[in-house]
Write a protein that binds this ligand. Sequence first.
Ligand SMILES: NC(=O)C1=CN([C@@H]2O[C@H](COP(=O)(O)OP(=O)(O)OC[C@H]3O[C@@H](n4cnc5c(N)ncnc54)[C@H](OP(=O)(O)O)[C@@H]3O)[C@@H](O)[C@H]2O)C=CC1
Ligand SMILES: O=C(O)C1=N[C@H](C(=O)O)C[C@H](O)C1
Length: 232
Amino acid sequence: MKIALLGYGRMGQAIEQIAINRGHDIVIKTSQDNGYNIKDADVAIDFSIPNAAFNNISNCLNNNIPVISGTTGWLDKYNDAVSLCEKNKGAFIYASNFSLGVNIFFELNEILAKMMTKLEDYKVDIEEIHHTKKLDAPSGTAITLAEGVIKNHSQYSNWKLDESAENTLPITAKRIPDVPGTHIITYKSDIDTIKIEHEAHSRQGFALGAVIAAEWIIGKTGVFTMKDVLSL
Ligand SMILES: NC(=O)C1=CN([C@@H]2O[C@H](COP(=O)(O)OP(=O)(O)OC[C@H]3O[C@@H](n4cnc5c(N)ncnc54)[C@H](OP(=O)(O)O)[C@@H]3O)[C@@H](O)[C@H]2O)C=CC1
Ligand SMILES: O=C(O)C1=N[C@H](C(=O)O)C[C@H](O)C1
């Protein structure tokens, strides 16, 4: 498979190693929005920056190149990307987190929220911890987790960063050098605390998941999620 890496930073470089080990060719690796022909690739993987992701994805969809995006912080334009994909009969996957472990954690989070929904004494909060170079807060993964709680728990209808109020699920974002990504969901009452936590030990899980998604999407048409890729 000929892969374009749109964004050749920490994630682009981790993906390159895994893709080569799995027998793929990297035909484009760029940290810019020009100077390459996307049609040289069979599939594109975008791990760039919030301001660039939508343009990169649109360029792929307008040239009929299937595209995987892991960039976070651009989701105000997600519905436009979905519409463009449908209009062009293209193929597109966005995931806030491509690791198998986090996708299992997403499922666990929803099950726990369902179990806790009637237990009004417990208040929920989400904490995410990432390296200091991260541009966005809260993390895309924390937003997906918050959406998973809100969908399954009657007490919460929205989330906010650093703010706790009636019906509002608070998210706290901490930045500590070199932390690849940790997410903790806490249910706390006066009597006790229940916590679930996912801690990434490196970027390997994110990168492997993105390559698996790129392998999976070839020959498909539509807008998909990691749940489709992993059959969870
Ligand atoms: N979904 C997931 O599983 C994961 C998602 N992420 C997300 O992926 C994104 C990238 O993370 P990470 O690799 O750590 O970040 P980096 O900052 O290391 O890499 C981003 C790269 O994108 C480049 N870039 C800037 N403008 C463009 C453009 N127009 N087109 C293509 N590339 C461009 C940057 O170049 P320059 O430095 O010159 O500006 C940089 O090399 C973030 O949004 C992060 O949150 C991260 C890990 C896992
Ligand atoms: O920027 C990162 O590093 C990460 N970003 C993603 C996010 O915002 O959720 C995924 C992972 O936690 C690492």
